[in-house]
Design a binder for this molecule. Structure first.
Ligand code: GLA
Length: 672
């Protein structure tokens, strides 16, 4: 069975709507509903007074309808009574302002009162429902990531620091507290980063984010162990949220959940949304070691920067199958029914305000059928497999968000997404690896791409060296290998950790003003960043073509042992990265999933299934398979030309109205 469903909030509706919900879920082929995520104030209306009757009835109705339940602990949103009873458990921001209820996530994870209240409601839920026949999964909390800088947090931070650094001398050294007279002579002097006069100490900020990730994880583990104790057969997870503000290192958390569950909301209305979907799927698969679950996405909207963009017909299906192709155990949404009020009343849902007589519900019905048909074929299909790995490191992201850096717009996420996008556009499938957590995974890859891996430990540097010496192809982008994991710079020239293997020494950075672009002597365009690079064993592949660096190396390549190490000292354009990574992949003998695809077509191989997504409007033929505009085809067998294909979804979404399949063929491509 593939999971298909989403957040279901029956507490927002009168009971008479619940029967219709179950009937519509059955019509759409929903297999699972996530219940209770924000129901704390309905389950415990005042402290110690519990009301479970309504939830009993909801779970029973879902069970009678054959729908499984991911039952949540509602601890992300404590009720108003909690605030008034335990004001010291409310979060305090960096400016010292204590927040109050009125939204969600108003709690301090280090506050004993919060932890106790959370465990109390979790215990009630666990003991009541652990053996309910509808229960398929526990969904702990919601999107851990809440930040607090209060005195309780300060105390917990100090305990964490003592464990990590051992003594104050070690901390003073790791944090370079000799700078600006910050030397600590007593643990009690150490605070979480709070509003201060000028720039904070970057090492303090970095350690605080790591602390917060561990502190939130401890709160999750507490609940997980409680739930497991009541029924060890039910998997436990929590939904990961991504964002620069989130102090959660998901790569570290992944080993603590039974299945990695990810919420993902693309932010571009154009093909960028598909590129982001692919990125999120590949990253989540990396966290999950192959398997994962899309826990929430928006059925019918894409949040762009300043507005909601309604998905075109067929796009819900393509996005959903995109996640599944990249290893998700299903497709789940926020949310089932669009609420009548509340802060997110216009967030889209499978049943919108218009009701089931709506394009989104009709497409959901088709998608439910599609997933049902696909499930048996996926049961034996291993997750996508790749010979190319990209590094991901939450701590490097955090380090590059600070002040006092050479440019204020350093963009870790953007840099990683850019190399993934370049591979995506060449139909080169990529995995993610997590050198900040484990260094053992480079071995089987042919190509390792290292964008903005700012923090690098000595063992990781050694593993990368070994990877190349053993025949791997390494591509390191600027701002990698700069500092030790504690944030102190590696001396002797950048990129310290990788200088030897790359055969280069960078002696000066020249960040470039926003909007300014320049060319290299091979015709590549670049922006954002330039460096003065000295070669020390590497050959120059492209040089800066003008300006003060005219004639000096921009892109280099070095044979090292049995492998090759490339260095990219500048912000190549998308086309530049695509060309470069195409060359590297070809040298490394890595084939695209399907060669020569038009830009609008995405191919993903999962086991012996080939998923072909046509994000354009015209029909495209891949091998012997015609993929209509806006449609998806899943091909059995390793080659599209010698296999049977199936169209997925209801006819409308797969071949959207106005894009008949007899439109002229845009391009033909052959599977690789
Ligand atoms: C996340 C949250 C949901 C909701 C959606 C939409 O997925 O988990 O509760 O807020 O975002 O914003």
């Amino acid at each position: 069975m593939l999971f298909f469903g989403g957040d279901y909030n029956p507490e927002q509706w009168p009971e008479r709507v619940w029967d219709e919900d179950v009937a519509l879920m059955r019509q759409a082929g929903v297999t699972i509903a996530t219940v209770g995520v924000f129901a704390w104030s309905h389950l415990e209306p005042s402290e110690g007074r519990f009301e479970f009757g309504w939830l009993d009835r909801v779970l029973d109705k879902l069970h009678e309808g054959g729908i499984k339940v991911a039952l949540a602990t509602p601890t992300a949103s404590p009720p108003p009574w909690f605030t008034l009873a335990y004001p010291s458990a409310m979060p305090v921001n960096a400016d010292g302002v204590r927040l109050t209820h009125g939204s969600r996530d108003t709690y301090c994870v280090s506050a004993p009162a919060y932890r106790t209240a959370a465990m109390t409601i979790a215990l009630k839920i666990a003991s009541r429902y652990a053996h309910h026949p509808a229960l398929a999964m526990w969904h702990v909390h919601n999107e851990y990531g809440t930040d607090c800088r209060c005195d309780l947090t300060a105390a917990a931070f100090r305990t964490w620091l003592q464990k990590k650094h051992g003594d104050l001398d070690a901390l003073n050294s790791a944090w370079t507290t000799a700078f600006w007279s910050q030397r600590y002579s007593d643990w009690a002097q150490i605070m979480p980063p709070r509003a201060t006069q000028y720039l904070p100490n970057p090492a303090q900020v970095l350690d605080f984010r790591r602390f917060l990730s561990d502190e939130l994880l401890a709160a999750y583990i507490e609940q997980r162990d409680l739930l497991r104790g009541h029924n060890p057969d039910i998997p436990v997870t929590t939904n990961f949220v991504q964002g620069g503000w989130v102090s959660v290192d998901h790569a570290r958390w992944a080993s603590e959940v039974d299945i990695v569950a990810v919420d993902h909301y693309p932010s571009s209305s154009g093909i960028g949304a598909e590129e982001e979907t692919a990125f999120a799927g590949d990253l989540a698969r990396g966290w999950g070691g192959g398997s994962w679950l899309l826990m929430e996405t928006a059925p019918n909207l894409i949040y762009t920067r300043d507005r909601m963009h309604a998905k075109e017909p067929g796009r819900l299906t393509r996005h959903s199958l995109g996640y599944v192709a990249r290893g998700s155990a299903g497709a789940m949404y926020f949310q089932w029914r669009q609420p009548r009020g509340g802060a997110e009343m216009f967030h889209s849902a499978l049943v919108p305000h218009a009701g089931p007589d709506s394009p989104v519900f009709r497409e959901a019905v088709g998608l439910g059928r599609t997933l049902k048909n696909l499930a048996p074929r996926l049961a034996s299909a291993p997750p996508p497999d790749s010979q190319i790995a990209i590094t991901w490191d939450a701590a490097s992201w955090w380090a590059l968000q600070g002040g006092g850096l050479p440019a204020s717009d350093l963009d870790y996420l953007g840099a990683v997404r850019q190399v993934h996008r370049a591979l995506f556009r060449s139909s080169l499938q990529a995995d993610f690896v997590f050198p900040g957590v484990s260094v053992s995974s480079f071995g089987d890859y042919r190509v390792l791409v290292v964008p903005h891996l700012y923090l690098v430990s000595d063992p990781v540097a050694a593993a990368v060296r070994e990877f190349v010496a053993g025949g791997g192809h390494l591509v390191v982008g600027y701002l990698s290998g700069i500092a030790l994991p504690d944030g102190r710079v590696r001396l002797g020239g950048y990129p310290g950790a990788f200088r030897e293997v790359l055969g280069v020494r960078v002696v000066e950075w020249q960040p470039v003003a926003p909007g300014e672009s320049f060319v290299l002597d091979d015709g590549s365009h670049a922006s954002r960043w330039r460096e003065r690079v000295e070669t020390a064993g590497a050959s120059t592949i492209a040089r800066y073509a003008d300006g003060v660096l005219a004639g000096s190396p921009a892109v280099t390549r070095r044979r090292f042992g049995a492998g090759v190490a490339w260095y990219v000292s500048t912000g190549l354009s998308d086309e530049g990265w695509q060309r470069l990574l195409g060359v590297v992949a070809a040298e490394a003998g890595v084939e695209p999933v399907v060669a020569g695809l038009p830009d609008s077509v995405e191919a993903v191989r999962r086991g012996d299934l080939l998923f072909l997504f046509n994000h354009g409007e015209s029909v495209v033929t891949v091998g012997s398979t015609a993929v209509p505009g806006g449609g998806v085809r899943v091909v059995s067998g390793l080659s599209a030309s010698s296999s049977t294909s199936s169209a997925f979804g209801c006819p409308a979404p797969i071949t959207p109205p106005g894009t008949p399949s007899d439109k002229p063929t845009a391009k033909s491509a052959s599977p690789g």
